[in-house]
Design a protein around this ligand. Structure first.
Ligand code: Q9C
Ligand code: ZN
Length: 365
């Protein structure tokens, strides 16, 4: 199994986020990648049958910042999912923010453009140009997506890693990337996410294989992937299936009633689970989600792999133990489809490597 990454991923390093009303160290930290890679790429001294049956090959991509910034194909791929205005915003906002006197640490909103706040339907001009603080409130939905000097490059690099893995897809190809993507909508960042790499990979696959080729996105991050769900909500060619905790972040989406838009009824499937869900219930639900994917018969499965389901994750509530991760991988393998793994959440530094390794080993058994 090939493991893709690039050193550019660590460039995104916000100093803090707001949690429960307080500034706290940023959980979605750059060292997550090194921790996952270390767990995947180091051979253990005590080899078990599982170790010998699986193997991981590193694919380190040595792109420069300039190459990423000037990559036309990448921009085209990203623009299939995100609006031009939103992409301009991500590229420009930090400099604009600093020029306006904002903190050099990061740009962060203080207000949000809520459509129900507007007295007339047209958006005020300040939300597109001229006021960084107004602009960031238009394109963010929470306080967990600060934009730093290098966020744009790191987010682009993260998406390019996913596309690179997609291009190399044989039978299976994981991509180890951050920042994550599944909370990012067509024009909103939030929840540590800026560009929705899983969505971009799905659209890229369709652009190459023919519009309408079926792609299933199986989202096993603890949180509902509101962004991915929104992007494909009215599109019957992309099945979105998510297991996630309720009630929890992002709070307003993820219910069973969200079944897809008028053109795609039934192609958005949510499995909201209680906060303290443990292994058995989780795996039974994942198996059911697997049946949905098989019934859809996709040409590609993209797994939004979050391991923040782990029992000791610092920001979540599930009680999933280490033993469940290989079983999750096995259930994904049983779908029998070409599979791309894209990294989403997971914040327990001592466990995310093991959890990812568990899933990917279970997949290879
Ligand atoms: N009390 C991902 O896992 N804030 N994003 C949570 C919890 C943001 C999670 C607050 C969580 C974002 C990719
Ligand atoms: Zn998550």
């Amino acid at each position: 199994m090939l493991v893709f990454h690039t050193p550019l991923l660590v460039l995104h390093d916000p100093p803090y986020e707001i949690l429960s009303g307080c500034a706290q160290p940023y959980f979605e930290s750059p060292d997550r990648i090194a921790l996952i890679l270390a767990a995947l790429l180091t051979t253990k001294e005590t080899a078990t049958p599982a170790d010998t049956a699986s193997h991981f090959e590193e694919r380190r991509c040595d792109w420069t910042r300039d190459e990423i910034a000037a990559d036309r194909e990448l921009m085209e791929a990203v623009a299939r999912v995100h609006s031009r205005d939103y992409l301009d915003f991500l590229r420009e906002i930090y400099d604009e923010w600093v020029a306006e006197g904002g903190s050099k640490d990061a740009a962060l909103p203080e207000t949000f453009l809520r459509r129900d706040l507007l007295l007339e339907p047209a958006l005020p001009d300040t939300t597109s140009k001229g006021s960084a603080i107004a602009r960031i409130g238009r394109y963010s939905f929470d306080l967990s997506a600060p934009v730093t000097a290098e966020t744009w490059i790191a987010a682009l690099a993260s998406t390019k890693v996913a596309l690179e893995a997609l291009a190399a897809l044989r039978t299976e190809t994981p991509a180890a990337a951050r920042p994550p993507g599944h909370h990012a909508t067509d024009e909103l960042c939030g929840g540590y996410c800026y560009l929705n790499s899983a969505a971009v990979a799905a659209r890229h696959f369709q652009a190459e294989r023919g519009e309408g080729s079926r792609v299933a996105i199986l989202d096993i991050d603890y949180h509902h992937g509101n962004g991915t769900s929104q992007i494909f909500y009215d599109d019957p060619s992309v099945l979105y299936v998510s297991l996630h905790a309720t009630p929890d972040y992002p709070y307003y989406t993820g219910s069973k009633d969200e079944r897809g838009g008028p053109n795609a009824r039934g192609f958005n499937i949510n499995y909201p689970l209680p906060l303290h869900t443990a292994d058995d219930e989780y795996l039974a639900t994942l198996s059911q989600a697997g049946d949905d994917v098989v019934a859809f018969d996709p040409a590609l499965v993209i797994v939004s792999l979050g391991v923040d389901t782990y029992i000791d994750d610092p920001i979540t509530q599930f009680q999933i133990t280490g033993a469940a991760y290989p079983k999750m991988g096995e259930l994904v393998a049983r779908l029998g489809k070409p599979t791309l793994f894209v990294m989403e959440g997971g914040y327990n530094k001592g466990a995310i490597g093991k959890c990812c390794r568990g899933v990917l080993e279970g997949f290879q058994l």
